[in-house]
Design a protein around this ligand. Structure first.
Ligand SMILES: *Cc1c(COP(=O)(O)O)cnc(C)c1O
Length: 395
């Protein structure tokens, strides 16, 4: 991040970092919808292209609005450099393409975003990068999965949909003992709740589509980390391959970051109330939420995170039919697999996000037919309770 902001605290960075006012003296950040930039002379163009003189060249890899977003997110994550991408998936792809080569090995948590598993199994494998999948919370399993060619560890914490929590510090140490990178998808917590780089991770991935926007409007992603890895390797891939964030989307995310901490606190508050209420409900078998004392990694989450997040899941009595009944009885909560929105969403993982897995894979992952996931939004929590109560009372 630029030195001028280094001494400010999180809330100030969220609102101010990365802003560079133009000659128009605008208060709010401008959008630069331009594909290219004009040089004063042939010599200046040559100097820019060679990298001798910094500055804008072409918006595939240099755009002032995108740069503002990158600098603001880097500041919030405590990273030296951020590269914005067109989606969360292209942030993950760009990281793999930049850091790995044929013959390398990845150890990944089994409990990752479904499309990330597909990327690893169908595409990285096709180019000779093999992945071993392990239990997120079992550090011994991560250790046992190492091979001489292991280059990268990949995880999300808390996991989706069972909200298991990984020990980032322990896994960072393990990665570094073997000269591997630890890459953390920080989508569920955001820098408002968790700073993986401070805990030893090398790279943070974001689907900006989720909480960074927070209002369900745009698709985008980001990679954050050290200048000599993200600023050099990942940026070079982005410049060449072009999974670029648009200036308009960058502007939406930039404004999203300004309210990120306030929104995350409200998501956490609503989720905690809802989790405790569900835990006490007669028709609910089990609630998965790191903020509950009964959660197996409650203490770790309390130490590692500033809040327990906005996503919870629960099992009802009566299998798929009962779960669908609860979901179909909602009138307010949106039935959609998306998350990280002001609007609460509800989904049945076994037949949607985890529907492509075999029954045995679902059993291993702990995703039962009676499981319901709620990404808790910012509506009044009493209205959310009533919306779920309607279905639960019918069971
Ligand atoms: C949504 C999501 C992604 C993918 O992001 P897109 O912006 O949809 O490409 C990656 N990781 C996690 C944890 C997600 O929830």
């Amino acid at each position: 991040m630029s030195d001028e902001f280094e001494h400010y605290n999180f809330d100030t960075l969220a609102v101010r970092a990365g802003q560079r006012r133009t000659g128009e003296a605008e208060q709010s950040e401008p959008i630069f919808p331009t594909s290219s930039y004009v040089f004063g002379s042939a010599a200046e163009a040559a100097a820019r292209f060679s990298g001798e003189v910094p500055g804008n060249i072409y918006s595939r890899f240099t755009n002032p609005t995108v740069r503002s977003f990158e600098q603001r997110l880097a500041a919030l994550e405590g990273g030296e450099r951020c590269v914005a991408t067109s989606s969360g998936m292209s942030a993950i792809l760009s990281t793999f393409m930049a850091l790995l080569q044929s013959g390398d090995h990845i150890v990944s948590s089994r409990a990752i975003f479904g499309t990330t598993s597909v990327l690893l199994n169908n595409y990285m494998a096709k180019f000779g990068v093999e992945t071993s999948f392990v239990d997120l919370v079992d550090v011994a399993a991560w250790r046992a999965a190492f091979k001489p060619n292991t280059k990268l560890l990949f995880l999300e914490t808390p996991s989706n949909p069972l909200t298991e929590v990984a020990d980032i510090k322990a896994l960072a140490e393990l990665a570094h003992q073997h000269g591997a990178w630890l890459v953390v998808d920080n989508c569920f917590c955001t820098p408002a709740l968790q700073l993986p780089l401070h805990l030893g991770a090398d790279i943070v991935i974001h689907s900006a589509t989720k909480y960074l926007d927070g209002q369900g409007r745009c698709i985008g992603g980001a990679v954050v980390g050290k200048e000599d890895v993200v600023g050099s390797e990942v940026y070079a891939f982005l410049r060449t391959a072009g999974p670029t964030m648009s200036p308009f989307n960058a502007w939406v995310f930039l404004k999203g970051l300004e309210t990120l901490r306030l929104r995350m606190e409200a998501h956490c508050r609503n989720a905690q109330i809802l989790a405790e209420w569900l835990q006490g409900h007669a028709k609910v078998k089990h609630v998965y939420y790191p903020g509950l004392a009964s959660h197996p990694q409650h203490a770790l989450a309390a130490e590692q995170q500033k809040g327990f997040g906005g996503v919870l899941s629960f099992e009802v009595e009566g299998g798929k039919q009962a779960a669908w009944r609860v979901i179909d009885s909602t009138e307010l909560i949106s039935i959609t697999a998306n998350l990280g929105d002001t609007k609460s969403t509800v989904t049945h993982p076994a037949t949607t996000t985890h529907g492509r897995l075999t029954q045995q894979q679902r059993d291993t992952a702990g995703v039962s037919d009676s499981l319901i996931r709620v990404a808790v939004g910012l509506e009044d929590v009493e209205d959310l309770k009533a919306d779920l109560q309607r279905g639960l009372d019918r069971l």
